[in-house]
Design a protein around this ligand. Sequence first.
Ligand SMILES: O=C[C@H](O)[C@H](O)COP(=O)(O)O
Ligand SMILES: C=C(OP(=O)(O)O)C(=O)O
Length: 366
Amino acid sequence: MSDSSPVHNINVASQEVLITPEKLKAALPLSDAGRSVVTSSREAIWDILDGRDQRLFIVVGPCSIHDPLAAMDYARRLKALAEELSDTLYIVMRVYFEKPRTTVGWKGLINDPHMDDSFKIEEGLHIGRRLLLEILELGLPTSTEALDPISPQYLQDLITWSAIGARTAESQTHREMASGLSSPVGFKNGTDGNLDVATNALKSAARPHRFLGINRQGQVSVFTTRGNRYGHVVLRGGSNGPNYDSVNIKLCEDALSAAGCPSNIMVDCSHANSNKQPELQPLVVEDVVNQIKEGNRSIVGLMLESNINAGSQAISGLPDTLKYGVSVTDACISWEETARCLRDAADKLKDVLPGRRSPDEARKAG
Ligand SMILES: O=C[C@H](O)[C@H](O)COP(=O)(O)O
Ligand SMILES: C=C(OP(=O)(O)O)C(=O)O
């Protein structure tokens, strides 16, 4: 007697073929001007990580993007600030489209661009790519969290700096993906504060890997990567509390040295480092800036969650009932507070960090 019960895709409700990366890129191509922003900004961060450029790099912007018009409004403000502070700070905009959730919730603009559970992922990819292109046209570099292992084929050519988040830094899939990313990558410590997760990720992503992915034509392919040597740790605090103070920074420096990794640390001023209370982020910036003033040189970057208006709002009802420029995920500091806080940091650091070295000075400094 034969049993014909289904044994495959039992829990899959439906499947839909998506546009290929090649077609999306052909519809929304990167201009020469945009390409030059991506290449020069990646170089600037490589130089910072290699110690050739002494500026502090700053990843700042909304916790998540849900309204492209508000994102462009934010980007224009940030571009002007980035130029003003460029002697001391190298500023990159947070343009986060994919949100890792602790349990469930809105997973970001690519997954559900209309925020109504319609999950128009192909539209989300178009909106996301168009927005990144527009930001690059302003001359402002972009950063994002690399969460889905397939989406980099659609968007990573537009990204200057990537994060692997606290919930995925221990995942082999994400370490493999990071080993092939063209951008520098920050690995967060675990949500419980565990730092080994991040240092192990650095060691893994720096090595070549072979794994499955999709190519430009959307065919399932075996990828062989070279390894990404521009990985670094991002301290974001954990369930035990913050980890940006000088004692934790020293512990992190020791862990990096034991792991044979360069002493490059970014501090995420948000998340568990501010107990998710956005008004504490400027205090974290102040503390870190003081550590640098007192001689610390392992802190190379800062992350801030900031929006046009402070706070957060719940997603309920239609997107056009939402308040303008207010986060729909973690609460953020306002634009005014962001500008004040970054101007203050730049002012305190301008005589401490020598800024970008000319090729001649860099050669002399070794
Ligand atoms: O940065 C954003 C959030 O902290 C992250 O996506 C987790 O959010 P959740 O705990 O609200 O799901
Ligand atoms: C989700 C984020 O951070 P973490 O992975 O540190 O929770 C984020 O920066 O949006």
